[in-house]
Design a protein around this ligand. Sequence first.
Ligand SMILES: [Zn+2]
Length: 50
Amino acid sequence: MTGKRIAKADLPTKICAACGRPFAWRKKWLKVWDEVRYCSDACRRFKRAT
Ligand SMILES: [Zn+2]
């Protein structure tokens, strides 16, 4: 049991609330993964942009 490396295939994924596509965990979301709902900044801005 040395460390806990995350294999790429084991990365958690979510469905983007804007474009509906699945996206995988990224290191920049390490601390906010629970709050992440969009795959990109563009999608985050897209939310209810009407
Ligand atoms: Zn998206």
